[in-house]
Design a protein around this ligand. Structure first.
Ligand code: BV8
Length: 238
């Protein structure tokens, strides 16, 4: 692997599927059971905060029952090898990348295990349940504590850092994402604007944006991601 390679990896719900977390748009996925407008928009939260808290409280408690899979571990291994030449940008709100050992990580849609106060903007780690009765440890007010998660219509986090990393990478890789949600789905177009930047899709099946990727490999993330990292690091069995 050449020493000048700088990689940005975008991950989506598909990388966590084999860990036991549902994706959003596959058959039986989250958006078949819940209406996006009710649980993943600011209006839905204003209309019925208890419903939104229940939606995220259930996911937060279940997160403790699942483990990272071989795909998360392969990306953590890649970071150990190339350090700050790798950045993972995840759309996922789970903590499986962290638990696999990844540290160079941006959660552009926020994190299930963080909550924030709408009154004082304080953000803190939360592994249990929250409600409209939860008191903010900062301003001591209640009624303003919400998931630190980016809903539809809200601005994703650390976008300047993400765009800078994409503009300076030599390889952009998308793993386990359907290419439905923007601005993440547009990252590959931005990467292609840089001459010579490679683009690779690793997914169970072609995403909506498959044609935008120069290279594609399909199969379960727990198989295709470790195989790709092995090949990149020259540590493959073949
Ligand atoms: C914003 C948190 C302005 C909640 C989420 C054009 C430009 C800009 C915006 C828009 C635009 N067009 C429309 C918009 C608005 C909107 C949008 O994109 N709407 C869509 C529905 C059309 N976007 C927004 O509102 C965003 N904000 O645009 O602000 C802005 C713009 C630019 C710069 C600054 C400001 C905010 C979007 C964030 C919404 N919040 N999540 C929660 O998680 O509960 S999005 C939600 O979708 C999740 O984060 C999820 O990760 C994400 C994307 O879904 P995927 O991860 O791709 O999951 P999906 O189920 O779709 O696909 C799974 C894939 O895995 C499949 O391909 C499947 O084949 C594969 N797979 C399955 N099993 C496996 C597998 N792969 C490998 N192995 C397996 N075993």
């Amino acid at each position: 692997m050449n020493g000048k390679m700088r990689i940005v990896v975008l991950t989506g719900a598909g990388i966590s599927k084999e860990s036991g977390l549902d994706t959003f748009r596959d058959a039986g996925g989250v958006w078949e059971r819940y209406c996006i407008e009710d649980v993943a928009t600011p209006d839905g939260y204003v209309r019925n905060p208890a419903k939104v808290h229940k939606f995220y409280n259930e996911q937060r408690l279940y997160l403790g029952e699942v483990q990272p899979n071989a795909a998360h571990h392969a990306l953590a291994r890649l970071e150990k090898e190339i350090g700050d030449r790798l950045l993972i940008v995840t759309q996922n709100i789970d903590d499986l990348h962290e638990r696999a050992g990844s540290t160079r990580l941006i959660h552009m849609h926020g994190e299930l295990l963080k909550v924030r106060c709408d009154h004082c903007e304080r953000i803190w780690k939360e592994t249990g349940e929250i409600s409209t009765e939860t008191v903010c440890p900062g301003c001591r007010k209640k009624g303003g504590v919400r998931p630190h998660i980016v809903w539809f219509g809200e601005i994703p986090l650390q976008m300047d850092e993400i765009f800078n990393a994409i503009d300076n990478c030599t390889l952009f890789v998308a793993i386990g994402t359907s290419g439905n949600v923007y601005p993440a789905a547009g990252f590959v177009e931005r990467a292609r604007m840089n001459d010579g930047t490679g683009t690779l899709e690793l997914n169970l099946e072609p995403s909506i944006g498959a044609s935008r990727f120069a290279e594609k490999r399909y199969g379960p993330a727990s198989e295709v991601v470790p195989a790709w990292v092995d090949q990149l690091l020259g540590t493959g069995t073949d």
